[in-house]
Design a protein around this ligand. Structure first.
Ligand code: C5P
Length: 243
C-alpha cells in the first residue's frame, strides 16, 4: 500500500491517513521508551510481534462484544483501524502489585491485590501522565459520567477475558494499560477500545518461574526483550513463520 499522509508519530507507533474516511493506518515501530521517554532504545522485531499480538487480542475481544478500533491487519507492521477521538486517559488495570503502585504505596511487587484496581492517568507527556481521580476527570470534562461507566465496565470485562486467556498459556496478567476513543454518529458518540494490547503495555509473568515476559525487561535492563515478546506470541499460537 502506498504511504499516506502521516497524522501522528508516537513513541512506539505512527498513524497514517487511511484509505477511506474515518480510517487510519497504525504502524508499529521497534522503538521502545521508558520512564516518560528518558530511556530510549529499540527491541528488534517488536513492531511485527506487537502488531500480531494486538490483532489477536482485539479480534478475540470483539468476539466477546467489546467494540474496538481494529478493522484488519494489513501487513507485518500495519493495521487498519477506525479513527477515534482519543479520550485523554490511560486506564490502568491491576491484579497484582507492581511498578508505580508498589513504589507509591510501598506494597511488595507480586502481592495479590484484594480485588482488581482501576487507575486513571491523564495523558500528557509534558506532565508525565499523572494519576488523576474520577472527580478530576469529571471536573475537567475529559469524559462524561456515562463514558466513565462504559470505560470501567469494559476494562473489567477485558481484564477477566485476558486473565483467562493468559493463564491458559501459563502467563499471569499482573497489570496493563488501556486507551479508549469516541466515535461519532451525528450528535451521538460511543466509546470503543483503541491503541494496542501487547507486552509493551502489560506486565506478563510466567506462572511457574515468575520470569518477566514484557517491557519491564527493557525498563529494568534485564535483556532478552525480543525473546520474551516472541515467547508470548509463540504461546498464543501466532508468529509461526506464516509471514
Ligand atoms: O508503571 P506502572 O506500574 O504505572 O504501569 C502499570 C501498567 O501500565 C504496566 O503494565 C505498564 O506497562 C502500563 N503502562 C503503559 N504506558 C504508560 C504507563 C503504564 O503501558 N504510560
Amino acid at each position: 500500500m502506498a504511504r499516506r499522509r502521516q497524522i501522528y508519530e508516537g513513541k512506539a507507533k505512527i498513524l497514517y491517513e487511511g484509505p477511506e474516511p474515518g480510517t487510519l493506518i497504525q504502524y508499529f515501530k521497534d522503538d521502545a521508551t521508558a520512564f516518560n521517554a528518558q530511556k530510549k532504545g529499540t527491541i528488534n522485531g517488536k513492531g511485527v510481534i506487537n502488531n500480531r499480538i494486538s490483532e489477536f487480542v482485539f479480534t478475540r475481544l470483539s468476539h466477546i462484544g467489546i467494540p474496538t478500533h481494529f478493522i484488519r491487519r494489513l501487513n507485518m507492521r500495519e493495521q487498519l483501524i477506525r479513527q477515534v477521538e482519543i479520550i485523554p486517559l490511560e486506564v490502568i488495570v491491576r491484579n497484582v502489585a507492581a511498578g508505580s503502585l508498589s513504589r507509591r504505596l510501598g506494597i511488595e511487587e507480586g502481592e495479590l491485590l484484594p480485588h482488581t484496581l482501576l487507575e486513571y492517568c491523564y495523558k500528557d507527556d509534558g506532565l508525565g501522565d499523572p494519576l488523576v481521580s474520577e472527580e478530576e476527570i469529571a471536573c475537567f470534562n475529559w469524559c462524561s459520567h456515562e463514558e466513565m461507566q462504559d470505560i470501567s465496565s469494559m476494562a473489567i470485562r477485558i481484564n477477566d477475558f485476558l486473565c483467562g486467556m493468559f493463564s491458559a498459556i501459563d502467563i499471569r496478567l499482573i497489570d496493563f494499560k488501556l486507551e479508549f476513543g469516541r466515535i461519532w454518529d451525528g450528535d451521538y458518540s460511543r466509546v470503543i477500545l483503541a491503541d494496542e494490547i501487547s507486552p509493551d503495555g502489560c506486565r506478563l509473568w510466567d506462572i511457574n518461574t515468575g520470569e518477566k515476559l514484557d517491557k519491564d525487561r527493557f525498563r529494568r535492563d534485564l535483556g532478552g526483550e525480543s525473546e520474551a515478546y516472541q515467547e508470548v506470541a509463540r504461546r498464543l499460537g501466532i508468529l509461526q513463520n506464516d509471514d
